[in-house]
Design a protein around this ligand. Structure first.
Ligand code: HEM
Length: 487
């Protein structure tokens, strides 16, 4: 035994006498219940798993740094975006959406792009995707949508009929479906894709002036996508292909980076813009609101431990710092509840105190107790407010900026029902080869749909986006374009 060799201990710190042989009554046994180390070892093993994320279960993470290259103080007082050269530690988790924790990386699916900035004013999370839009635009539809993406309750198989039934009956999905079925639906690596905040957020500056903002992370590696055949082969031969690529790139010092841009819309424009700027199925024209550079994000360190840092990481679109606030986007509003609720269930009431989630600033409040409270629990300090013992107090400047609300309380839909223009614009932007790959991907995905009525309904949506788009999908499926559309 070398001098430096450490003693194996129980979880209560006592030396373990034998880690290879359990204690038996006689050489043959039976095994004795008094071997408490054996009991502890087996019992702990049984509890190794926490629930996987209900969506975005498969993921890879990395640490990095965000550096401001263009001061944003005229738009937001958030310190993370103020002062050229300002550097903030961050952590990112990339993911697929529908698959389970062990599923393949190279499937056709949006990719999660969740960033945690450990700012000097507390954590700021931006929990986006690699697409600028989403399939639906009201949180009330999310559980139904995700049911169609997950497994059938009887067969436990993926169910293309459910997928296309839901999409064809939710035409607001067409824009995102077109992106998903295009080459961008399977990125070459996690390093070769853009990231987006997707929603509209509110920025507020020191003077209290409000702007609407959309975030775009542009990959400095360039966009690259996987050929469908290669992706299918990789799904079998190396299901962790993207996870491995990211780890290896960082490990050998080839640090991937993204340049962050924002689109800024003056507050008043939201009332007159040609569609609702809070509708997450739409992009804002970059001619109307050009990209403004903010800074650069570089990933430069791999996690030391996957479970501690990636599986236990908790990102929430409601984790804001002063100067950044939600917009009325109905998806975002629902997400403000969903994530923290998921974290309390999946990781526990004190998930924010774990090293990966803890802010670099000290969290000082009157929250106490709860399962697994391991951080001192506020010690003997005052545990209620108001108090006469110099406990932490609120800071008026951090109050949410007041805003006007008008109209009736009602369950209304977005007033803009043009689901087709932006999907069609995207189709028309593609080269001929890109269009034929898009159509081939759609035809392949729709072929197994069990009901013809679903296929015909979806063909109508493609046709309304662009007659060529609809006609080609119809031809590929051997179905007619509905005659009332062909005028
Ligand atoms: C993960 C709900 C829409 C991006 C999750 C999780 C839930 C959830 C419950 C698991 C959280 C956890 O266990 O830690 C919802 C609901 C939505 C919605 C209710 C709509 C109302 C979106 C949209 C985006 C998005 C629009 C992107 C623009 C993500 C990402 C993750 C995630 C990136 C993974 C975060 C991580 O890496 O830990 N979502 N989601 N979600 N969602 Fe959503």
């Amino acid at each position: 035994m070398s001098e430096n060799k450490q003693n194996l201990t129980t979880s209560w710190g006592a030396p373990v006498g034998d880690n290879q042989n359990s204690m038996t009554a006689g050489d043959r046994g039976p095994t004795l219940i008094q071997d408490v180390y054996l009991l502890e070892k087996l019992a702990h093993f049984n509890r190794e798993r926490i629930p996987e994320r209900v969506v975005h279960a498969k993921g890879a993470g990395a640490h990095g740094v965000f550096e401001v290259t263009n001061d944003m103080s005229q738009y937001t007082k958030a310190k993370v975006f103020n002062g050229v050269g300002k550097s903030t530690d961050m952590f990112i988790r990339f993911s697929t959406v529908a698959g389970e924790l062990g599923s393949s990386d190279t499937v056709r699916d949006p990719r999660g792009f969740a960033v945690k900035f450990y700012t000097e004013e507390g954590n700021y999370d931006l929990v986006g995707n690699n697409t600028p839009v989403f399939f639906i635009r009201d949180a009330i539809k999310f559980p139904d949508f995700i049911h169609t993406q997950k497994r059938d309750p009887q067969t436990h198989l993926k169910n293309p009929t459910a997928v296309w039934d839901f999409w064809s009956l939710s035409p607001e999905s067409l824009h995102q479906v077109t992106i998903l079925m295009s080459d961008r639906g399977i990125p070459a690596t996690l390093r070769h894709m853009h990231g987006f905040g997707s929603h509209t957020f509110k920025w507020v500056n020191e003077e209290g002036k409000t702007s609407w903002v959309k975030y775009h992370f542009k990959t400095d590696q360039g966009v690259k996508n996987l050929d469908v055949k290669v992706a299918e082969e990789l799904a079998g031969s190396n299901p962790d292909y993207h996870t491995e690529d990211l780890f290896n790139a960082i490990d050998k010092g080839d640090f991937p980076s993204w340049t962050l841009y924002v689109q800024i819309m003056p507050e008043e424009d939201a009332n007159t813009y040609r569609f609702d700027p809070f509708d997450v199925t739409k992009v804002w024209s970059q001619k109307d609101y050009p990209l403004i550079e903010v800074g650069k994000m570089t990933l430069n360190r791999n996690p030391e431990n996957y479970f501690a840092e990636v599986e236990q990481a908790t990102f929430s679109p409601g984790t804001f710092v002063p100067g950044i606030e939600p917009s009325p986007d109905k998806m975002l509003q629902g997400r403000l509840f969903a994530y923290a609720d998921a974290h309390r269930y999946r990781v526990g009431a004190n998930h924010n105190a774990l090293p990966i989630n803890r802010p670099k600033t000290e969290a000082k409040n009157y929250f106490r107790d709860g399962a697994m409270r391991f951080d001192g629990n506020g010690g003997s300090s005052v545990y209620y407010e108001p108090n006469s013992f110099d406990g932490p107090t609120e800071k008026a400047e951090a109050k949410t900026t007041p805003f006007n609300v008008t109209g009736q309380a009602a369950q209304t839909s977005y007033d803009h029902h043009d689901h087709y223009t932006q999907a069609g614009d995207l189709y028309r932007l593609l080269s001929e080869e890109e269009r034929s790959r898009l159509v081939a991907n759609i035809v392949g995905a729709m072929k197994p749909v069990a009901k013809e009525e679903i296929k015909l309904r979806q063909i109508q949506h493609f046709y309304k986006a662009d007659p060529e788009y609809g006609t080609k999908v119809a031809e590929g499926l051997g179905l007619p374009v509905p005659q009332e559309l062909v005028k």
